[in-house]
Structure formats: C-alpha cells, structure tokens
Write a protein that binds this ligand. Structure first.
Ligand code: PYC
Length: 317
C-alpha cells in the first residue's frame, strides 16, 4: 500500500491538506516545473489526496518540497479537486501553521517558493500569519459578461496569484449570506461559464477560474466576498489571492493607498486583514499585497492507497 503522510488545517474556515511525505520525487526543477510535472504525471495522486472518499470538494492540497534557494524554508505546490493552482493565500497560511506545528519554523519572517515566485510569510507571536503575496493588478475594468441566466454582469478582471472576475454584488438580487450559497454558486458558475464562452481571459491568456462577488461588510470588516473556486466549491475563507485581487482593484480606483488596511470578510464572516504597497511591474501599475489570517491544525494522519480499492485515487470528475 502506498502511504501518504498529511497534516490538515483550516485557515479562517477553508481547509488545507499539506502532504509532508509519500509523494514521488518531482526532480530538480523550480516550483513551476515541478507543478507541471505533478499535473501531467501524477494527477491520480492529486485526486487521491483531496477528493472523496478521503477529502471533499472544498479541500485544497499542498505539497511541501525542498526549496531551490538555501535560505527558503520550503517550496509549496497547491492543488484542488480538479487540477493544480498557481498560488493560494489561505493555503500558504496553512503551510506556515503546519511548518510551525512540525517545529520547522519559529515566529519571524520566512521565504517560501511558489510557482508564481517567492512569497514571504511572517509567523506572528499570536500564531497569525502574514503573507506578502505576489504582485497583483487589475487587468481590465468594467467588462460586461452576457450570462445565460443572469443577464449582463459587469466586473473587473484582476490577478492576485490566480485570475479573478470581481463583481459588485450590490447590483445583484442576492445577499452574500451563507443561506444563499446554492444560488450564489449557480450565479458565479454562470458568470464563469460565460467568461469562457466569450473568450475572456487573463492578461497571459490564463483562464479566469475564480469568480469573486463583492458586497458590503456584515462582521466589522470593510467588505464581504463570496469566491467560487475552479472546482465549483466556494472558499470558506476570504481567499488570499482574491483579497489581493480585490485590493488591486481598489488601488486602481484610488480607493486604497500605500499602507491602507482592508479587512476582507468571507462568506462565513471570518476576516483577512490586508494592506498594500503601490508599485509597478513591467510598466503595469499594481500592488504588493499583504494578507494576514490564522490557521488551526485539525488532523495529522496517514492516507492509505490500497491498489485493490476502486477509489484508491479518489472519485474524479
Ligand atoms: O486563499 O488564495 C486563496 C485560495 C484560492 C483558492 C482557495 N483559496
């Protein structure tokens, strides 16, 4: 039987399963190359770790690998119920909490490698974690998407480590409330399908696979969101890359300046505290975002993959 050692946590409600041992060697490449290899050659193991019957659709997985840089604490590759992820904010906070649980990291500032470049994380004395996420920016503002069931839905296309379509939910008939998760999911999925049908992509041609509905705060923050993830589940946390994309849009509109704080609520009411430094890359104005939140360790276990089990590699869609 193959054995895979994992540590589970949740970051402000959203689960992360960190694989610490038991996956194949992904060679000497950098994080982007290893992610490609994992996606192309080991998709069955991705599914085994996060999909039912061991996981469930909202679970995000992370591989913890040896870093290339000697001063980095780890390299991390993220994946979900359908594929790999380019970056993951709540997952990075979960990785830092896991490294702390393993005794591999003390409070302080640490370098982590991701396929989208280095991410610096600070483990604070109160066990919360700040991550300096990747450069984030708004690619297009006020894009109108002609949806199948919800008419024209305007929104912004922004990068926060993944591609997002951000919609002002005040124009929608639905409140951002947990009671409406089913309807919010259907609406966001309609938007996602329509973006794809219209051939709308991120600046690099990347698929816009996250839809973020943004509404007024309800729990003392500055705004609340509902984020639909690529595999059809919603993010229980305020979404680290989604918070970064949101802050990039606010900055582009002149509503968030250097050092200003943005408290992003999730659909559960949990909060990421974000802030930005205005910057630019290759002539594109954007932000260097910081996102702070807390993760809790929930389990440490060994997954067993019995070759005779018809669902040893998960129930795949
Ligand atoms: O926190 O960036 C995030 C994230 C992406 C998908 C789920 N969570």
């Amino acid at each position: 039987m193959r054995k895979i050692h994992v540590i589970d946590s949740h970051t402000e409600g959203e689960p992360t399963r960190v694989v610490v041992d038991g996956l194949p060697d992904l060679g000497p490449g950098d994080a982007a190359e290893r992610l490609r290899l994992f996606r192309e050659k080991h998709d069955d193991l991705r599914s085994a770790v996060v999909n039912e019957p061991r996981g469930f659709d909202a679970m995000v997985g992370a591989l913890l690998l040896e870093p290339a840089a000697p001063d980095a604490v780890a390299q991390m590759l993220f994946f979900n119920n359908v594929s790999t992820l380019r970056m993951c904010g709540h997952g990075t906070i979960g990785v830092v909490a896991t490294l702390s649980y393993l005794g591999r990291l003390d409070p302080g500032r640490h370098r982590l490698e991701s396929p989208e470049g280095d991410v610096w994380a600070t483990l604070h004395d109160d066990a919360s974690v700040s991550i300096d996420n990747v450069f984030s920016y708004r690619h297009r503002a006020g894009v109108e998407v002609d949806t199948e069931h919800h008419g024209i839905v305007p929104g912004d296309i922004a990068w926060g480590g993944n591609w997002f379509f951000l919609v002002d939910a005040r124009g929608l008939a639905l409140d951002l409330d947990l009671r409406h998760v089913q309807d919010l999911t259907e609406l966001a999925w309609d938007v996602r399908r329509s973006l794809s049908r219209a051939g709308l992509t991120g600046a690099d041609g990347g698929e816009i696979d996250h839809v973020e509905l943004c509404g007024p705060p309800a729990h003392g923050g500055d705004g609340k969101n509902f984020v639909l993830c690529p595999g059809g589940e919603y993010d229980r946390s305020p979404c680290g890359t989604g918070t970064s994309a949101k802050m990039a849009c606010l900055a582009a509109d002149g509503k968030l300046g250097d050092g200003d704080v943005w408290r992003q609520e999730s659909i559960l009411g949990t909060i990421f505290e974000g802030s930005v430094r205005l910057t630019e890359r290759d002539g594109i104005a954007g932000v260097a975002p910081t996102v702070r939140g807390r993760a809790w360790i929930t389990a440490e276990s060994t997954l067993l993959l019995d070759p005779g089990d018809p669902f040893a590699h998960g129930i795949r869609r």
